[in-house]
Design a binder for this molecule. Structure first.
Ligand SMILES: *Cc1c(COP(=O)(O)O)cnc(C)c1O
Length: 410
């Protein structure tokens, strides 16, 4: 008999760039998870905004099983029916006219940034020097060398230099900094509608509008990274739909596959033309299994009642968090949109988000952090209200435990 798999195995055989807890979930259903020992958890982490329809959603299970019976993989030497159907749906439901498929958020962004460079090259010419990408501090766009460099957290680039050039970072939501920086050398401005990893910080509407105007004035592309905000997360299919502006390129991943790895870059036909035959590609992009599942995700999310329920559940969670905070005074701010929510830890708990997560786990509750000071909640968009109530009861106990232990040096 082979020895049981446990957390100790991780330290033996997995590259140590992650730090999972001892708990190893083995089964999920809806918004609940069970670990190897049969302990049950309410899942407000949702696979980092990925499991948008929870675990084992029947429509997704059916789509995966049916496609698994037909064909798993063809590569882009051929096209396939699920990829075409999904692209038709995505272009019907958004501003976009054409879709490029990838396998992750980073790859969707890599495609977007390369396309912005190529589009400027094609239209302004190689002598124009129009290759500058403007991005924002605190933003996150993935971990390939290009995307991590565009991302606004210098620490993630440290030790990986030299990094790609022509990238400028500005303070998020700072209109005058943006006005000063955008020029005819700018090929793209890249933003998350809400900084996700950066602490759940929404873009000011005036800032996003000004970014759109400046891009138009300087023939630069506005790229929205909706990897975290997309797929219904904020209560609309994509967050841009609530903002009164339209990007030129939008990237989607995470919730797009509901747990099956898929990414997509959406854009207009005119811009897409700069990715002519042979200019970019990936073996797995548009994989039939991923596209079949994603089509089921999108068809399920294309439901105004479901989107209204997301906004209502958002309010319910925020109300509950405010009520908890009246008792415990641990949060200095509760913010976000839809089911992308953040609770900023108050001054005396600064740097202790990891402890909150641990304490919550001990009470049967999975949470996320967004930096050391923010508790992030990205539950299933169809989480039952009863599970929200139970989660808040468990969080109440977890905060009690933590407060009775007192702050510790982090
Ligand atoms: C998670 C995330 C990414 C990276 O996606 P991966 O699938 O991990 O490559 C990019 N941008 C944003 C906004 C994200 O939240």
């Amino acid at each position: 008999m082979s020895k049981p798999i446990s957390r100790a195995t991780f330290d033996q055989v997995i590259v140590p760039c992650y730090m999972p807890p001892d708990v190893i979930p083995v089964r999920g259903e809806g918004s609940r998870l069970w670990d190897q020992h049969g302990r049950e958890y309410i899942d407000l982490a949702g696979g980092i905004a990925v499991n948008c329809l929870g675990h084992r959603h029947p429509a997704l299970m059916q789509a995966l099983q049916e496609q698994a019976e037909r064909v798993w993989h063809l590569s882009n030497v051929f096209t396939n029916e699920p990829a075409l159907e999904l692209a038709e749906r995505l272009t019907e439901l958004t501003f976009a006219e054409q879709v490029f498929y990838a396998n992750s958020g980073a790859e969707a962004n890599e495609a977007a940034f390369k396309l912005a460079r190529k589009y400027a090259f094609d239209h302004a010419g190689p002598e124009s020097g129009k290759h500058e990408i403007i991005s924002f501090y605190g933003s996150f766009h993935g971990r390939t060398l290009f995307t991590v460099t565009v991302g606004g957290q210098a620490k993630y680039c440290q030790g990986f230099e030299p990094v790609p050039g022509g990238i400028t970072h500005l303070p998020y939501n700072d209109i005058s900094a943006l006005e000063q920086a955008v020029s005819d050398k700018t090929c793209a401005v890249v933003m998350e509608p809400i900084l996700g990893e950066g602490g759940i910080i929404p873009a000011d509407p005036a800032f996003a509008e000004r970014a759109r105007q400046l891009c138009d004035e300087h023939d630069a592309l506005l790229i929205f990274d909706e990897v975290q905000t997309g797929a219904g997360r904020t209560g609309s299919l994509y967050a841009y739909m609530e903002m009164g502006i339209t990007p030129d390129i939008l990237t989607s991943a995470k919730g797009l596959g509901g747990g099956f790895p898929i990414g997509a870059m959406l854009t207009t036909r005119k811009i897409a033309a700069s990715f002519g035959f042979g200019s970019h590609g990936t073996t797995y992009g548009g994989n039939p299994l991923g596209c079949a599942v994603s089509l089921a995700v999108i068809n399920t999310l294309d439901d105004t009642r479901l989107m209204a329920a997301v906004r209502r559940k958002s309010q319910l969670i925020q109300n509950e968090l405010h009520a908890l905070n009246l008792r415990h005074a641990v949060f200095s701010d509760i913010r976000g949109r839809g089911l992308l929510l953040g609770a900023q830890l108050a001054h005396h708990w600064t740097g202790q988000a990891r402890r909150v997560l641990e304490s919550a786990r001990n009470q049967g509750l999975m949470l996320l952090m967004a930096g050391p000071d923010v508790i992030r909640l990205t539950p299933s968009l169809v989480i039952p209200d009863a599970d929200i109530q139970e989660a808040m009861t468990r969080l109440d106990r977890a905060l009690n435990d933590m407060i009775s232990e007192g702050p510790v040096d982090s």
